[in-house]
Design a protein around this ligand. Structure first.
Ligand code: HEC
Ligand code: HEC
Length: 375
């Protein structure tokens, strides 16, 4: 691959939050066959044999993020199955070590992960780092989360009510049936146009136009898919769950239907705004962390995690530039960040309650998996 096409595929990976062509071969028939294991789908799997095949790439993204490296740190390009690099062989031992530590010492819960030791570097520090500043600080007190949770925190209901009111109120929000947003996306040092088509309650298609060809991220209320010049790839069940949240046209109204269990804590300061953190859990969705502006009541950050067999991959969305638009307040800018990069979308025009071509919400036939190279 040339440098440019490496960048391109990296951009596709980031934009779609997804895999290269290799994972997505799940045919959407009415009775799906038992999902393949990683060992069945890939050529040379020794430790992660029994994990679902569609979890392999998210797991790889997790370990790359945990070590702060690219895929090629361990892999020979175009031949991921080869064991030529000693880093890959070490990584396999490390996977077995992680799983053994968690099995033997943490009741089989994934507590210790690659990140626990590596912290974004291939070389964990085993010796405490000395610095003149830290030597002069008093010893740190160890606060438990619960300690700071006092009676002065509002309840989850109060925070969510304030959010709903700040966003325009249930009445105004429910009147919005569709929305077309147009703007730009900044990703991988490029800026290009994007359009987002949304329909209540939870259909959303975004189409961006980078120089290497259109890129589509879609969720039609039931299934999600990603389209790139390489083809159409259905989302995995985890990606579907995340896409469902992103597709909510009236999140302030729907948040209490999607999630049932809420927990309030003080949140960190985000761009100078003090926040409350509401952790929300719901059936069939991974828990999300929602950071609300204490002053305005609006949602400033959403953080969610995708489980993989070796750890959780975080995705953070920061919302900004809320503007009034026909009685509802919506963000005109947001930044989505993952361990492998981030992109920012800026909206410059919004139309609401306009008809949207329903064909946009029909998934095109998935592209079959390309034959493995060198076979
Ligand atoms: C720190 C090392 C490391 C990094 C970084 C890494 N991998 Fe892996 N990868 C491995 C190991 C080890 C295996 C084999 C796992 C096993 O034997 O259970 C593997 C297996 C694979 C396989 C299966 C190949 C086959 O057919 O057997 C694919 C595909 C893959 N990785 C893709 C990726 C991608 C894409 C990235 C970047 C997002 C990546 N890997 C990053 C270590 C790594
Ligand atoms: C208990 C701590 C710990 C955990 C957990 C851990 N590692 Fe390591 N890892 C180390 C140490 C220590 C080294 C040796 C560092 C050095 O040589 O500088 C290392 C080295 C490595 C190396 C070799 C780096 C190089 O430059 O050669 C790779 C690759 C690696 N780890 C991958 C992983 C992966 C992938 C995971 C998760 C599945 C993981 N590690 C989990 C402690 C850990």
């Amino acid at each position: 691959m040339t440098r440019v096409s490496i960048r391109r595929s990296a951009a596709i990976l980031i934009l779609c939050g997804f895999t290269l062509a290799m994972t997505a071969s799940i045919a959407l028939t009415q009775q799906p066959p038992a999902p393949k294991t990683a060992a069945e789908q890939f050529k040379n799997i020794q430790v992660l044999k029994d994990i679902p095949a569609d979890q392999l790439i998210p797991t790889m993204q997790f370990i790359a993020g945990a070590l702060g490296v690219d895929c090629e740190f361990c892999h020979v390009q175009h031949a991921m199955d080869k064991d030529d690099k000693k880093e890959k062989q070490t990584a396999r031992k490390m996977m077995a070590m992680e799983l053994a530590i968690d099995k033997n010492h943490f009741n089989n819960e994934i507590e210790v992960t690659c990140y626990t030791c590596h912290r974004g570097s291939p070389h964990p520090a085993g010796i405490p780092i000395l610095s003149a500043e830290s030597a002069n600080l008093p010893p740190q007190e160890h606060h438990h989360d619960e300690v700071s949770e006092g009676a002065d925190l509002p309840s989850a209901d109060q925070i969510l009510d304030k959010y709903l009111a700040a966003a325009g109120g249930a009445g105004a929000l429910r009147k919005i049936k569709s929305r077309i947003q147009k703007g730009t996306i900044d990703a991988m040092g490029e800026r290009y146009p994007i359009e987002i088509y949304s329909e209540a309650p939870e259909k959303r298609v975004s189409i961006s136009h980078p120089s290497f060809g259109d890129s589509v991220t879609a969720f039609n209320g039931e299934v999600g898919w990603l389209g790139t010049p390489r083809g159409i790839h259905p989302m995995s069940s985890q990606e579907n769950a995340a896409a469902r949240i992103d597709a909510q046209l009236c999140f302030p109204v729907r948040v209490r239907e999607l999630f049932q269990e809420f927990h309030v804590a003080p949140g960190e300061t985000i761009s100078g705004h003090q926040t409350y953190l509401v952790t929300a859990k719901g059936a069939g969705l991974s828990p999300v962390r929602l950071y609300f502006d204490q002053q305005s009541g609006l949602l400033l950050r959403l953080l969610r995690y995708a489980e993989t067999p070796l750890g959780r991959n975080p995705t953070q969305i920061d919302y900004a530039d809320y503007r009034d638009t026909s009685g509802v307040k919506i963000p005109y800018q947001w930044t989505l960040t993952r361990t492998n990069g981030s992109f920012t979308i800026r909206i410059n025009s919004v139309e609401q309650n306009v008809p949207i071509n329903e064909k946009l919400f029909v998934m095109p036939p998935p592209t079959p998996m390309p034959p493995p190279p060198h076979s």
